[in-house]
Design a protein around this ligand. Structure first.
Ligand code: SF4
Length: 273
């Protein structure tokens, strides 16, 4: 017993303070690719996930990156394109609209265009718990739904409940029944076998509700795409409120996305009197 107490004292508090304080990812962590304008950008064929596209106009070649498809493999940042694209550390990438996940670099120019949600994670953190309670009068309850994932995103979601990430400190929890939930967190592409189950699960959540697509597969179909066995991303079946890119997204990226979703929920639901 004494040894357990000593170990606990030696270990101290392991829980992250994110999002109240910035999180520093590990050295080898790969965040969103950063495209350098005006550089020799790779042909779109190098991307195995189909995340790169291009178009030509009078201004030259425009290369666009679809974060919803990117699996952050780093292939486009390898030689001979290492200077043109680098793998960044940014993981706060969640967006409310599919179009906001598109980053376009205008060649022969220094313009870097990024459409996306306003990025102020510290302000989001300060408001998070109070906002959840103001809107709901209690914690935010989410139902996790695996629509056909490889389980990588599911592991990262599970990590949210461990002592390191402990999302309950933010007033967020997971429940077993959609009827007890305020929203659904979906992982994986929607397999044809589960298409009806996904619809019915989301419809069982009382309205208003939020639908959060976690990971590249849920956001766009990912490397599975669309076919006889896969319907593609969740938005092929149901409206999605927040997209969280990554393959899989790290736990802090999911926390950030849920906080973005809380803003969406409060926009629909009047505060409790
Ligand atoms: S990191 Fe990989 S998936 Fe993402 S754009 Fe580059 S090659 Fe494509």
């Amino acid at each position: 017993m004494l040894r357990i107490v000593m170990n606990a004292l030696r270990t101290g508090v392991v829980t992250t303070r994110y999002p109240a304080e910035p999180s520093v990812p590990p050295v080898r962590f790969r965040g969103a690719p950063v495209l350098r304008p005006g550089s020799h950008l790779p042909p779109t064929a190098v991307c195995p996930a189909g995340a790169l596209s291009e178009r030509f106009d009078a201004g030259g070649r425009h290369v666009a990156l679809d974060l919803a498809r990117c699996v952050f493999c780093g292939r486009c940042a390898e030689d001979p394109w290492a200077g043109a694209i680098t793998m960044g550390k940014d993981f706060e990438l969640a967006a409310r609209c599919r179009a906001d996940m598109r980053i376009e670099v205008v060649a022969e120019d220094t313009a870097f265009v990024r459409a996306g949600p306003p990025r102020d994670p510290e302000a989001e953190a300060a408001r998070a718990s109070a906002e959840i309670h103001r809107v709901l009068g209690r914690s935010l309850h989410l139902r996790h739904l695996d629509a056909g994932s490889c389980n990588a995103c599911d592991w990262e979601l599970s990590a949210l409940l461990n002592p390191v990430y402990d999302v309950r400190r933010l007033g967020i929890d997971f429940v077993a029944s959609p009827r007890h939930a305020d929203g659904v967190v979906v992982t994986g592409p929607v397999t044809r076998n589960l298409e009806t189950a996904v619809r019915r699960t989301v419809e069982a959540v009382p309205d208003p509700r939020v639908v959060i697509a976690v990971g590249a597969c849920a956001a766009s179909g990912g490397i599975f795409g669309e076919g006889y066995a896969s319907a593609g991303g969740v938005d092929r079946v149901l409206p999605v409120d927040v997209y969280i890119p990554g393959c899989p997204p790290r736990p802090e990226a999911i926390i950030f996305g849920i906080l973005v979703a809380v803003g969406r929920l409060s926009a629909r639901r009047p505060p409790r009197s």
